[in-house]
Design a protein around this ligand. Structure first.
Ligand code: G6P
Length: 611
């Protein structure tokens, strides 16, 4: 949440900052601003998106070889022009941009007000700007010292960049729980919330750790901790394909990412599903596989769509590897008092690898002595750095806020882990193993067949664009698919939708069914098929409208459902990977029909880096 970008060097910073903000807009998009240092820092900011900021700046002078920019997801104070970042301290000595929450901002604000400080905004960030200025003026210390001392008084989370009006050419960056990466060029430095704005300029980066402070000038980078100790940091190389920022002719990133899935799933198992040997090799788990296959139980933690992938993982690991699995919302798990110890294995799943609750759950599990593995899409992210081992999903950059290809990549990784453990633990014999690996290779082409139905799905979707509410039901592997289908719909179309295990329908949701209630039924041919047929009958008996996801050639459900979305028949362990695709398209087309901002739905952000 909130994107941060900074530059100091020999180039004009404005185009670098604006380009960076566009790449970080997925992190928040309710207001935006930049500050450019020419003779002194100038600030331009307004509510709205980056394009609104550009309009606001218009033809103003944007010279400055040092600058910083921010795209906001509001925590304290509504998204208006005044609350937008950057914030300037009362006497104009400091300008600051901030991602995170200063939890003790009230106490600090009261103290500063008693000392005569006046505040313009409702934000916690302005409190920090004034605290830094107060320490700077009172202590007559360099800006860097004032920033570090101020941070020792702060409770909360931050990724921040500060400019001081009397120290031109300098950016001071600091991190505690909100990611920051520094790009190292020749005679120039970059700062950003993730490496995407940096990738076009340099491959060399340093990820700041918690309590690190970077003092950056065009020709010098000094790294310290908040307490002025030597920090532990290492130079890393990034590998980001900047072409991923192109929409590739699609109207939205989300549609592009839905259509990328045959390719992204292939990338997920590239080099891991070894066809000649009919085997699965997961290099990231190499050193831990013995311990993993002896696990007495596995706890999977995640949030949002990743949590739905985790649920599918539970079915897969229990079915194929016969290991008991518990799936936890990271936000609940971290604050409960879970029974956890060195014998436990925790798998954290996160597309971004930066979700605050997931990272907190990881830290808690490690403190309890558990081995923690990560399944993550973003290389170099917090999750990849804070886990004992893990597997990258390699789905490529996902820009649409509603996750699609990252989800199927996570399920693909979980399927590979479950198959491997199942074979190693003796619950799947070699023939089954080989045959399932063979079938897995055909999933991308199965998805391509589903994607060909997009125009037909759009025609069906148009009929439901005015629905007030929708119910999604499924059983077994298709229950998490129902949850995910409902989540996609509410995220991007703002239609209320609920996912339910089909058999639970009788314990509540059936009361909602009448001729106005569309019900999406995920009814592929698995051991529940007969029961799902009965559910469809029950819905129709109450005049509900049924949109059913069925296997190609299905007859029973197809004969009673109002609309059908077809997916190829598969072994049940692959049914989630296939049946989620038409639901992604269904939600997408409804949202487009309703004129919604599909890639940047209201109130949401792609990385939830605050609690
Ligand atoms: C946000 C995003 C979701 C995502 C969830 C978890 O809510 O909008 O698309 O599933 O965070 O994110 P993660 O990066 O941890 O998978």
């Amino acid at each position: 949440m909130c994107g941060i970008v900074g530059y100091t060097g020999y180039r004009q910073s404005y185009p670098i900052l604006m380009d960076g903000l566009r790449k970080l807009e997925y992190r928040g998009y309710d207001s935006a601003g930049i500050s450019l240092f020419a003779d002194k820092p100038s600030v331009f900011k307004c509510s709205g998106k980056i394009r609104d900021l550009e309009d606001h700046i218009g033809t103003a002078d944007v010279t400055g070889t040092t600058g910083m920019g921010h795209t906001r997801w509001a925590t304290h104070g509504e998204p208006n022009d005044i609350n937008a970042h950057p914030h300037t301290s009362q006497d104009g000595h400091f300008v600051i941009i901030h991602n995170g929450i200063i939890e003790n901002y009230d106490i600090l604000k009261n103290k500063l007000e008693k000392r005569g400080c006046l505040f313009r905004s409702e934000t916690d960030t302005e409190v920090l700007a004034n605290l830094i200025e107060y320490i700077y003026l009172k202590g007559k210390v360099p800006a860097e010292v004032a920033v570090r001392l101020a941070l020792t008084k702060v409770v909360g989370t931050y990724g921040l960049v500060v400019m001081c009006s009397s120290e031109p050419g300098q950016l001071i960056a600091a991190r505690c729980s909100s990611p920051l990466v520094i790009g190292i060029g020749e005679g120039e430095y970059f700062i950003a919330s993730d490496a995407s704005p940096i990738a076009g300029y340099t491959k060399s980066v340093i990820y700041l750790n918690d309590n690190d402070v970077a003092i950056i000038k065009s020709n010098e980078l000094i790294l310290k901790t908040v307490k002025a100790d030597e920090p532990k940091m290492k130079l890393q190389s990034i590998n980001i394909d900047t072409n991923d920022y192109d929409k590739g002719g699609f109207e939205h990133y989300m549609l592009k990412e839905i259509f990328e899935q045959p390719r992204s799933i292939t990338d997920t198992f590239r080099g891991r599903l070894v066809p000649d040997q009919s085997d699965i090799k997961l290099g990231g788990l190499h050193g831990v596989i013995d311990r993993l296959q002896e696990a007495r139980r596995i706890i999977v933690v995640a949030c949002g769509t990743s949590w739905h992938a985790a649920l599918i993982g539970e079915y897969l690991l229990e079915d194929l590897a016969r290991i008991p699995v518990e799936v936890e919302y990271a936000s609940e798990f971290r604050y409960r008092n879970p029974v956890l110890g060195p014998y436990d294995i925790v798998i954290a799943i996160s597309q971004s690898g930066e979700t605050a609750d997931t990272l907190a759950a990881v830290r808690m599990a490690r403190e309890a002595g558990a081995m923690v593995l990560g399944i993550c899409n973003v290389t170099g992210s917090g999750l990849s750095r804070e886990t004992d081992a893990g597997v990258y999903t390699h789905a490529g950059i996902e820009i649409g806020v509603a996750s699609t290809k990252a989800f199927t990549a996570q399920v693909t990784v979980l399927t590979m882990i479950a198959l491997l453990l199942g074979r190693n633990r003796g619950h799947i014999d070699e023939d089954q193993y080989r045959s399932l690996i063979g079938e897995m290779h055909s999933i991308p082409s199965g998805i391509t067949r589903i994607l060909e139905q997009s125009p037909a799905i759009r025609d069906i979707a148009k009929q439901f664009s005015n629905a007030g509410s929708m119910l999604y039901i499924g059983r077994g592997y298709c229950f998490p698919v129902a949850l995910e289908g409902a989540l996609k719909l509410k995220e991007i179309s703002y239609i209320h939708a609920e996912g339910y295990p089909a058999a639970e329908m009788k314990h509540g949701p059936i009361a909602l069914i009448d001729e106005n209630m569309p019900v999406v039924v995920v009814g592929v041919k698995d051991k529940y098929y007969g029961k799902i047929v009965s559910n469809v009958q029950e819905i129709k008996a109450r005049k509900g409208i049924v949109i059913a996801v069925v296997n190609e050639g299905d007859e029973q459900i197809s004969s009673i459902a109002d609309h059908i979305l077809e997916v190829p028949e598969s072994n049940i362990i692959f049914s989630a990977l296939l049946s989620v695709i038409p639901l992604q398209l269904f939600a997408y087309h409804i949202a487009v029909e309703r004129g919604c901002d599909v890639d940047q739905p209201r109130n949401l952000a792609k990385s939830v880096t605050v609690e």
